[in-house]
Design a protein around this ligand. Structure first.
Ligand code: ADP
Ligand code: MG
Length: 694
């Protein structure tokens, strides 16, 4: 039997080693790979459109008689051909042309053209259409749509189409294994794989092009579900790999925990208790924990993390806490020091901005094990850092890490560990609620815990949307709040990624506000400040020495100032809902009623309006995330990095999210045997080593 998965692409006529290398750039090395290289879109060349029936913006085939062909010297020299059929006349325009070309378009010649009709100065025109003189040897119109494939340098559409026809001929004789037992597929998708592939490479004339463009055809869905399944299986594989790795079991030190809890001015919420129990069970195991801890801003994740840390420290091991920014790391340091030092636990501190001597001292404390807990930024994972019996890594706000980064982090921890090949447990915290469907697919290698309850006594944040035309009024509001002894944030957003532009905009706003709000103590914080300057400003705000903090989105995560009860967000329409929700979470940290003003720019798009509305209606981060997923797609929630990693060939996480529960069900079915699982991963992911290795 010819197995196309093992038939090298060089088996096709016209493919030598050199061209095979070019195809390799398209991740095509076998005939089966080629068959899974699916069209981006289609052209309909199956029928001729009468000139009078052309629609601007649409591709079409037309056929007619050349009435005239003239070189015109306008703003640019161009060749203008008038073509006529029984229904009307149209202009073809060429800016690049040879004498030979002009001569082909002799008056009276019959011409077949393919191109997009556009509105020109003289009615509809075709710019640089593909042209062919119609004669004896002219091929008949194809009876299938013409596929347009993703290309790379050195491969043309024509050549790829030719190869595909050869591959489809081979497919006709079998050779692509049906890996999914039919009964596992949803009824609407029981489409034989070979038929689905053939259909998508050569859809018949008259097919619903819109349905194909939207990826809704059953043939596409059949492939999408298989691809999603392959990704899911590969993450489960990662999870299984986990079971082969040893980690230090961390049992509870009851006395230490009691001591810790008795010093808190509150008791744990039910959700915190439940999540702590889930974590405790993981930590007690000989296998490394890989757990994602989700909870809205202010839900009390840090406290849960501290309890997890105590389990490691209580057994004499070390814990690392990593935050994405210095401000956030500093806040963790304060929290952890405040909680742990009274228990006699020593906390070290490591960021990129430490002075050399201080850095040496901290590194020494970490290496000797004198430091029982280390808080820091990415600096924690530099090669010079040598941990001492590291048993738990806590990562804050890094859900955007991909599978590979998560595993790398864990390995870094183990490489330095004294306990041989033991790897540390990992707890990843995020305040960005991840919709269930996404979590199931993008984080299938992680266990999930959710703190779905806020500590008692929190006041809901009253959110309003006000147009920028009423800016004066909003400034007045800030005035009033400050007069009442409250503090406020004014957040500036810019589309530009550049920190210097953002900083500039924030500076301009701060000056403008200072002019209007005379006598108010205004400070500015943005990403261009040196870490210690930033720190000073934040500390002053926290100490109540600043009334109004003008900031860029650098304050997004972590910062905790209970007396700040008003937040103005300028141009909120530019940000994602999840990010807005995070920002807004900076107020309402105390027991005072808090307000958030979304100061939007006009005109507001319909989508922008819908998003601000969603933010006003919901206070639950999960509801907001679902809405964000609906309105903006998974990239916004997971970050480009993550979606870059889960680049699918045919599936689209947002469009096909409804398939994910089916995918999970199929993955859990015993009818899907071991060899089929491996073959599915190989079929869809073999050319994505980053994932396959992980
Ligand atoms: P998160 O990291 O989830 O955003 P934090 O852990 O920073 O939230 O907690 C926010 C605030 O709530 C902190 O001031 C913390 O001390 C407090 N807090 C945490 N758990 C409780 C609780 N069970 N009851 C009351 N306050 C709590
Ligand atoms: Mg936090």
């Amino acid at each position: 039997m010819n197995n196309l998965a093992e038939l090298p692409i060089t088996a096709l006529k016209g493919v030598g080693d050199k061209f095979a290398q070019v195809l390799g750039k398209l991740h095509v090395s076998t005939v089966q790979d080629l068959l899974f290289h699916l069209p981006l879109r289609y052209q309909d060349r199956t029928r001729v459109t009468p000139i009078a029936a052309l629609t601007p913006g649409l591709d079409a085939v037309i056929e007619g008689e050349v009435r005239a062909a003239d070189v015109v010297f306008g703003r640019r020299r161009s060749l203008v051909v008038r073509l006529q059929d029984g229904s009307g006349t149209i202009t073809l325009r060429f800016f690049h042309f040879s004498a030979a070309q002009k001569n082909r378009f002799a008056r009276g010649a019959r011409l077949r053209c393919y191109g997009e009709a556009r509105r020109g100065s003289a009615g509809l025109e075709l710019y640089h259409p593909e042209t062919e003189i119609v004669g004896e040897e002219t091929a008949p119109h194809p009876d299938t749509l013409t596929p347009v494939y993703p290309l790379t340098e050195g491969v043309s559409q024509g050549r790829l189409r030719g190869l595909m026809l050869q591959a489809l001929d081979l497919l006709e004789r079998g050779g692509v294994t049906e890996l999914l037992p039919t009964e596992l597929l949803p009824a609407a998708m029981r489409y034989p794989l070979a038929d689905a592939l053939r259909y998508l490479h050569t859809p018949p004339a008259g097919v619903d092009l819109a349905q194909l463009a939207e990826g809704q055809h059953p043939a596409q869905q059949r492939l999408a579900i298989e691809e999603l399944l392959a990704h899911h299986l590969s993450l489960l594989e990662v999870r299984r790999g986990n079971a082969a790795i040893a980690a230090p079991p961390l049992s509870a030190n009851a006395a230490l925990e009691r001591d810790f809890l008795s010093r808190l001015p509150f008791s744990l919420t039910g959700a915190q208790q439940r999540v702590c129990a889930e974590i405790a069970e993981d930590l007690a195991s000989h296998r490394p924990m890989m757990r994602l801890l989700q909870g809205d801003v202010g839900a009390g994740k840090t406290l849960v993390a501290a309890l997890a840390a105590l389990k490691a420290i209580g057994t004499g091991a070390q814990v690392a806490v990593m935050a994405p920014t210095e401000i956030l790391a500093e806040q963790h340091r304060r929290n952890f020091c405040g909680w742990l030092e009274p228990l006699g636990i020593s906390v070290a501190w490591l960021t990129g901005s430490l002075k050399a001597a201080e850095r040496r001292a901290q590194l020494a404390a970490i290496a000797s094990g004198e430091a029982q807990l280390v808080v820091g930024t990415h600096a924690l994972f530099q090669p010079e850092v040598v941990f001492h019996n590291l048993a738990l890594v806590i990562i804050d706000e890094q859900h955007r890490f991909g599978v590979r980064q998560r595993l790398e982090l864990r390995e870094k921890g183990s490489a330095d560990g004294a306990a041989g090949r033991l790897q540390p447990h990992q707890l990843i915290m995020t305040a960005t609620p991840i919709p269930r469907t996404l979590a199931m697919s993008a984080f299938a290698d992680l266990d999930c815990s959710v703190i779905d309850e806020l500590p008692p006594g929190r006041q809901p944040i009253n959110t309003v949307a006000i147009s920028n035309e009423r800016r004066e009024e909003v400034m007045q509001r800030v005035q009033t709040a400050v007069a009442e002894g409250r503090q406020a944030y004014w957040v500036c957003t810019l589309i530009e990624e550049s920190e210097s532009l953002q900083a500039q905009a924030a500076e301009t706003t701060a000056n403008e506000l200072a002019e209007v709000l005379t006598g108010m103590r205004i400070a500015l914080v943005h990403g261009r400040l040196k870490p210690d300057e930033k720190e000073r400003v934040m500390a002053a705000f926290k100490a109540g020495e600043v009334d109004l903090l003008v900031a860029t989105t650098v304050i997004e995560v972590g910062v905790d100032v209970p007396n700040a009860s008003l937040m103005i967000i300028e141009n909120p329409e530019r940000l994602g809902l999840a990010q807005l929700h995070q920002l807004r979470g900076r107020v309402g940290r105390g027991s005072i009623a808090s307000h958030c003003v979304l100061l939007y720019g006009t005109p507001l798009s319909q989508n922008g309006r819908a998003r601000l509305q969603a933010l006003r209606q919901h206070s639950d981060g999960f509801a907001i995330a679902e809405e964000d997923l609906r309105l903006r797609g998974p990239g916004e929630i997971l970050g480009t990095r993550q979606t870059g990693e889960i680049q699918h060939r045919i599936a689209d996480l947002q469009r096909d999210a409804h398939l994910l529960p089916q995918v999970q069900r199929i993955a859990a079915a015993p009818a899907l045997d071991e060899s089929a699982r491996r073959a599915l991963i190989a079929r869809w992911l073999q050319n994505k080593p980053r994932y396959a290795e992980a």
